[in-house]
Design a protein around this ligand. Sequence first.
Ligand SMILES: Cc1cc2nc3c(=O)[nH]c(=O)nc-3n(C[C@H](O)[C@H](O)[C@H](O)COP(=O)(O)OP(=O)(O)OC[C@H]3O[C@@H](n4cnc5c(N)ncnc54)[C@H](O)[C@@H]3O)c2cc1C
Length: 431
Amino acid sequence: MSDVTTPQAAAPTRYIPSHIAGDAATLTPLQRELIGRASELGPHFAERAERFDREASFPFENYADLRAAGLLGICVPREYGGLGADFATYVMVAAEIGRWCGATALTFNMHVSSCMWSGFIADALEMSEAERAEHARIRALHYRRIVEGGQVYAQPFSEGGAAAAGAAPFGTIARKVDGGYLISGKKIFASLAGAADSYGVLCTLERPGQEGRGTRRDSLYLAVPAGAPGLEVYGDWDPLGMRGTVSRNLAFKDVFVPEEARLMPEGLYHQAATRFPHMFATLSPTYMGIAQAAYDFTVQYLRAEVPGMPPVKRRMYPTKQIAVAEMRVKLEATRALFLQNARDARVDPDKDTRMRLYAAHYTIMESANDLCRLAIRTCGGQSMLKSLPLERLYRDSRCGSLMLPWTAELCLDRLGRECLYEGGERDEQIE
Ligand SMILES: Cc1cc2nc3c(=O)[nH]c(=O)nc-3n(C[C@H](O)[C@H](O)[C@H](O)COP(=O)(O)OP(=O)(O)OC[C@H]3O[C@@H](n4cnc5c(N)ncnc54)[C@H](O)[C@@H]3O)c2cc1C
């Protein structure tokens, strides 16, 4: 066997991590530019990540950087002063942020979702002309707060019951009153709790004669300002991973919001959830970034290029080469599905596209954790010391497939059913 270790004899002597999109040449100029902005902020995020993780505190400094870079308005349409990023552009930027700080990327997703759902997703759905005009008026107020005021929106959705899995109406109720709505209920795991300027709350609109009840069609998406009377942030926050998300609980006791709080017209959220399923697939880009970070760390570690570590190389052992090759195979397979999914997002995707979406979401969430596991096993004992980022990546990566509405279990559940049943089929119809 030749002792030539790489095909490129004149290659640089330090490892150069891959572009998050694999081949940057395939990107649009806007995609290249925005991913580039995130990469420039990245090293600062990485430097601060250990502190936010140790303290379980919110990454305010990172948000100041995102604000200064104009990235808070990434998915605000251009006509409202934003950067007008589409789904594919956003998920690649989110993955690049996740590569440096998972908690920042995950919370950034909650903020950006408020712009995507009210922005290009709402635009793709059916509305009357009057509804569309009213939605344009209202979203302009929210987008101005984000683009000019630098405000941040959270997205409390989970309640601890079946609603966040899409299996029941939200238990948080919005009652129509003069000039707006009164909200009552509670949310758990509200990332950015105590840090957001507004909370984009999913509730059920109470119809006349249906006290405290409603159907999933009555879901309503309302922005509640952080200082609204009757809103309380409560509970401890000391979790395994994603500690910088500060995902505490929220209680709403007759919280009044004006009609301008509607981030989507009444009835539109249900249409979005049934017709634009990619809206739920924006949590996984964070974990694509973590997967890339775990791989990058492993290569740097084995090449003795991790700052602060003794210059002891371990790359010459065949076991390490095989392990890193397995990691690369998993990383490339994950990235391929991630990129395909980024391109697939559209209203009314066909069945194959929807199944690919579940497969992609599942694969990214599970591979991120598996790559971190392989990274620790391959690098060894010293690599899991708290002075290095790998053990945090490992803990953060564990959180992805727990997140509703599409936990790893629920992705398999949906996928398995759709693999074996065509629309409307029941068992008794199968011979
Ligand atoms: C770091 C972090 C940040 C988060 N941030 C947010 C946020 O900003 N906003 C937000 O709304 N939520 C957020 N969440 C919450 C998250 O999306 C889930 O709602 C939460 O993790 C669910 O926890 P649970 O134990 O209550 O799940 P449960 O509802 O008790 O479910 C437990 C498991 O049972 C399975 N299951 C649930 N329902 C069904 C069903 N109908 N059929 C079959 N199986 C089912 C699922 O696989 C699930 O993993 C966050 C979670 C984490 C870990």
